[in-house]
Ligand binder design. Sequence first.
Ligand code: DX5
Ligand code: ZN
Length: 217
Amino acid sequence: MNSIISPSILSCDFLNIENEIKIFEGVKDLWLHLDIMDGHFVPNLTFGIPIIEQISKKTNIPLDAHLMVSNPEFHMAEMKDFGLDNITFHLEASKNPIDTIKKFRSFYKSIGVSIKPGTQVSELSDDLLKELDLVLVMSVEPGFGGQSFMEGSLDKMRELVRRREELSLNFQIQIDGGISDKNVKVVREAGADNLVAGSFIFKNNTSEYLNKVQSLR
Ligand code: DX5
Ligand code: ZN
């Protein structure tokens, strides 16, 4: 499988969001990463259900929702008919992740679970990994764009690659936080299949966005 690049619109020009998104229309192996923060699970607030619904109506780009919220099931229920391609919730915010996945299995093509920098891969049980389409390793503390990449995430990805092989599974390994052309090589070698990048792509002129995506491939 080719690796996927997932631009995170957290760092986009929000007053011009429709035009910003259009730039990525039709690009192969690309997801649009939507960071949903509730000011509770993480200190910051972003956007939520009505904005995601509008985006889903305007674009054919695969949409990847990253829920940084204390009540993931509420959001998963509200967004179940938006045609999202992947939805990821945090292990730390979930009482029974396997139950949550089973409950929403039929509404989402792909469901992921994310772990914060302080959460170990060993906290993801074999039974949970068997239910997952994606594991998101956070390489910064969730909540803000533009932070520095945490090296400890590399060993986590290597461990996930090992577990995936041992269990003969095929979940994607996604990495999110501080990704740039400076660390992309080592991140991919460690096993990332799907790379989220926010400020590296969006903190440039719009004419540069696709070059930045290309430079991560
Ligand atoms: C952080 C978000 C990330 C963020 C990444 O909590 O989950 O998706 O947008 O931004 P950069 O690439 O700037 O670290
Ligand atoms: Zn994210």
